[in-house]
Structures are given as structure tokens and as C-alpha cells.
Design a protein around this ligand. Structure first.
Ligand SMILES: [Ca+2]
Length: 376
């Protein structure tokens, strides 16, 4: 079902799934975009990369336009005006990060402009792909199969992030509370960060009718008692129900308890914890995915699984040879903002594609667009 690599799926964050086209790396006015004699190309989700790239015969991917400009040398030497790539309305599923290198730069003081032709927000680049094949499993819970080799760590229903099935349940969409708190029965165990002892009644032995049933489950804990600026997410290794204790597969960053008391935590990723709308459980052993839709039914909504961590990547060969004069623009319309200049709509809206220059240890300069638009 998923054609992408595990590498790209690891570490996917909530904000990285969708990138609306917005202005970034803009250094010049866009007032001359698309002027007489300037080359324009068209891309549409319904297009074909074997097409000619015209309005009536558009390409399907932004990469096809980028490659055409690069391979035909349209931006080599001194450009006489901007080159415009018009992105027609629709969803573009991004299965690999879209990369722009120094060879994709504008030249001669002109730019290559990739713009949402049909208006702000109409061309949407989705770092996710639909999950299909759902069938009713039990009550409100649906089930489907995903590729075991390409698992993921988050899920979306339409543009809203789902929650890994957990207990205790979140009391609100914008809160992680409430939590359990680890206990401290034996001061000799304060420095054993692989052992978590729980309050009797917090954990239910029925969660593990057979040995190992909780092997997919994880503890998400703010270890170190009252420290709040990080969490450890650690799989459960085994249970000792008689001692109200679990042994974690890995040590947490700090001890689970101290003389100040226990650490707050919740447990996640078990079918036993899937008991409210918006929760999902992924059985890593056989690739079964379970979800309770917020909408009540999957007939009118789409579930998305992430494909990439970074939607757009602007980079260069060195700090002195960076990609430049490439614009991602919200729309094709220009709006007068003063008597002396114009600005695209993108300069007046939030900028979901963030672009910052960094230098790696290899000296490679990069500028990454990490779609940070909220999915709602
Ligand atoms: Ca739950």
C-alpha cells in the first residue's frame, strides 16, 4: 500500500504532512512574473509527465517542471525574465522530498516562480498518502492492512491528527492530560530507569491475556519526576503483574522516581486502549491498522499516513553556492501594497513553508522547507 522507504517515515512530525504553497526564498519583486516573452509551464494533479507542460497539456509533477528547466538549460547563463511554473488546483501527494539544488536557481536577476495558479491554498503538497481498504472491525473501529516494512508513527483523518490509542484518554484535543504517575515503593529502585511501578488499578491484567500481548505497547513518560521538557517513549519488555511493575525495553533518560515522587506517564499502542474517536492502533507484527474515526464513518473522510518528513528541500553545494532566486508563491495575483511596489498574496499570509539556512558538518549548505501548516 505504501511505496516509500522506511527511512522517510521515521520521525514524522505533526506539522510536516502538508505544505501549502507560500512565499519563500523570495528576494525579488514578482511584479514581472509571467510578462511578455517569459516562459510559462503548467502542472496539474490530472496531468502527465510525458505531456508538453502547456496549459492544455500539463505535466503532473513539480519535479518534471524543475527537471525540464534544468536539463534544457532555461535558467543557464543570463535569464531575461522570470520563468513561471503554474501549479493548478488539487492535491499533490509527495512520496519523496522535492529537492532544489543550486542548478535550479534563477539567474540574471530573475527568478523561477512556482505558484498556486488557481489561488491561495488551491495547490496543496501533501507529505502523506491515503490509507485505503478499511473494513468495519468491531463497533466503531475500522481495520486495514499496511506494509509492515513501512510503518509510521502518526496518522491523520482529513487534516486532523489522530492519537495513538492510549490510556488514560486525553480529556481534550488540545491537552495531553490526564496521566498516570509511577510509584515509589522501594527507595533502592530510584536509580533503575527500566522499571516502572504503577498504582494498583491503573493497569489491567486483562490487557495481557497471553504473555507478550503488550509487546507493541509503549510507555510515554516524563522521567525524572517533575521535569517537563522532554519525554521518553519506550516499548514494554514484560510485565510483573504481581508486583504492579513493568520492565521497559530500554532505560529512560532519568530514573522513574526520586525522593520527590513518581513521574507522569501514559501507555499507548494497544488495541485495548482504542476506546474513543480519533484513536488508532498499529499492530507492528502483522501490519494491521485499527482506527475509530472522529467522523463516525470513513465513508466521508480520508485517513492519511505520512510519507516524508520534509516536503521541500532547498540546498546547495556549499555555503557560497546555494540555491537562490526560486520562489514558491501563494497565487498568481499581485496586490498593490504601496505606490512603488507590489507583493504577492503570500507576503500577507502565514508562511507554512519555512526556509532557514544551515550548514552541516560536511559544509553543505541547505535550506529546508518543512511544511509547518496546521492540518485543519
Ligand atoms: Ca484510549
Amino acid at each position: 500500500m505504501f511505496g516509500t522507504s522506511r527511512r522517510r517515515l521515521v520521525g514524522v512530525t505533526a506539522g510536516s504532512v502538508l505544505a501549502l504553497i507560500a512565499t519563500t526564498a523570495a528576494t525579488n519583486s514578482l511584479a514581472d512574473t509571467g510578462g511578455p516573452g517569459c516562459q510559462e509551464f503548467f502542472v496539474s494533479p490530472a496531468g502527465d509527465d510525458q505531456a508538453s507542460g502547456t496549459e492544455r497539456d500539463p505535466w503532473q509533477t513539480i519535479e518534471r517542471a524543475r527537471d525540464h528547466i534544468r536539463e534544457e538549460g532555461l535558467n543557464h547563463g543570463r535569464m531575461l525574465c522570470d520563468i513561471t511554473v503554474n501549479l493548478r488546483a488539487g492535491d499533490y501527494v509527495v512520496e519523496e522530498t522535492i529537492e532544489f539544488g543550486a542548478a535550479d536557481s534563477g539567474t540574471g536577476g530573475h527568478s523561477i516562480v512556482y505558484r498556486s495558479y488557481d489561488g491561495p491554498g488551491e495547490a496543496r503538497f501533501l507529505g502523506a498518502k491515503p490509507v485505503t481498504g478499511w473494513k468495519k472491525y468491531d463497533g466503531n473501529i475500522y481495520r486495514t492492512q499496511v506494509d509492515k516494512d513501512e510503518l509510521f508513527y502518526t496518522l491523520f483523518e482529513d487534516h486532523q491528527r489522530a492519537t495513538t490509542a492510549r490510556t488514560p484518554n486525553r480529556q481534550a484535543e488540545d491537552e495531553w492530560a490526564p496521566y498516570f504517575v509511577s510509584t515509589n515503593p522501594d527507595p533502592a529502585r530510584w536509580n533503575t530507569p527500566k522499571w516502572l511501578t504503577f498504582e494498583p488499578g491503573d493497569w489491567d491484567p486483562e490487557w495481557e491475556p497471553e504473555w507478550g500481548d503488550l509487546s507493541d505497547a509503549q510507555v510515554v513518560v516524563w522521567s525524572g519526576n517533575d521535569w517537563v521538557w522532554f519525554t521518553d517513549t519506550v516499548p514494554i519488555q514484560n510485565m510483573s503483574w504481581g508486583n504492579n511493575m513493568t520492565t521497559l525495553r530500554y532505560a529512560t533518560r532519568y530514573p522513574m522516581t526520586s525522593d520527590e515522587g513518581g513521574s507522569r506517564y501514559f501507555i499507548q499502542n494497544s488495541l485495548h486502549f482504542l476506546d474513543q474517536p480519533g484513536e488508532y492502533y498499529l499492530d507492528w507484527k502483522d501490519g494491521s491498522l485499527y482506527y475509530w474515526p472522529r467522523s463516525g464513518s470513513l465513508s466521508n473522510s480520508t485517513v492519511w499516513a505520512p510519507t516524508v518528513k520534509t516536503v521541500f528541500d532547498f540546498s546547495g553545494d556549499s555555503p557560497a553556492d546555494r540555491v537562490h532566486d526560486v520562489h514558491l508563491a501563494v497565487s498568481r495575483w499581485s496586490t498593490p501594497t504601496s505606490s512603488t511596489g507590489t507583493a504577492t498574496h503570500g507576503t500577507r499570509t502565514a508562511t507554512p513553508v519555512r526556509c532557514t539556512s544551515t550548514r552541516s558538518t560536511t559544509g553543505r549548505s541547505s535550506c529546508r522547507g518543512t511544511g509547518s501548516a496546521p492540518l485543519r
